[in-house]
Design a protein around this ligand. Structure first.
Ligand code: FES
Length: 188
């Protein structure tokens, strides 16, 4: 006698391999836990992770997808659609450069090219030494005083190429001082 009942495969949910360091995994799970009940939970979760880690590790994608029961492609799609989300750790300092119209009219376009050349990086990446991140923004509310930059929560107005070089030199000086302090501490 043959069994006429159709066999229906039962999908098994398999937890992704734990290739995130434990501290990052903890942040991801905690962020998911806090926001999973919201409608459209993915965006608040990604924001929460970036707020705490400074970036969103690629290895977090399978874990978020598993926890929300959505596809990895969906998480990856949202993560890469919004340039705001970083997929690499930021530098010690982040320069947010305004690319909106009013600043463009006041010379931001030339400043962009200069900044990218001086830092040896494009937008969304870090300087050659890995210490300064360059990110675009679209209006800092300082339109009449452009070109405008926001660095470490401080607003800079009417920034010229020369002024940009001074700012970067000051940031580099600070990082050099940080380095020597760190090595002095390490030598103790
Ligand atoms: S357009 Fe640059 S600050 Fe508004």
């Amino acid at each position: 006698m043959t069994d006429s009942r159709k066999r229906v495969p039962i999908p098994i949910k398999v937890a992704p391999a734990g290739d995130l360091p434990p501290d990052q995994r903890g942040v991801v799970l905690d962020s998911v836990q806090k926001h999973r009940s919201l409608e459209g939970a993915l965006l608040p979760i990604l924001h929460a992770i970036q707020e705490r880690l400074g970036w969103i590790p690629t290895a977090a994608v399978p874990l978020i997808a598993f926890e929300l029961n959505i596809s990895r492609a969906e998480v990856h799609g949202v993560l890469t659609f919004y340039h705001y989300f970083r997929q690499r750790p930021p530098g010690t300092h982040t320069i947010y450069m305004c690319r909106a119209e009013a600043c463009q009219a006041l010379g931001a376009h030339g400043l962009e090219a200069h900044a990218q050349q001086v830092l040896g990086t494009k937008f969304h990446e870090r300087s050659a030494d890995g210490r300064i991140s360059l990110e675009p923004v679209y209006c800092l509310g300082n339109c009449a005083m452009g070109p405008s930059l926001l660095i470490d929560r401080q607003l800079y107005s009417r920034v010229t190429a020369e002024r940009f070089d001074e700012i970067v030199a000051a940031l580099s000086g600070e990082t050099a001082a940080e380095r020597s302090t760190a090595s002095a501490v390490g030598a103790r």
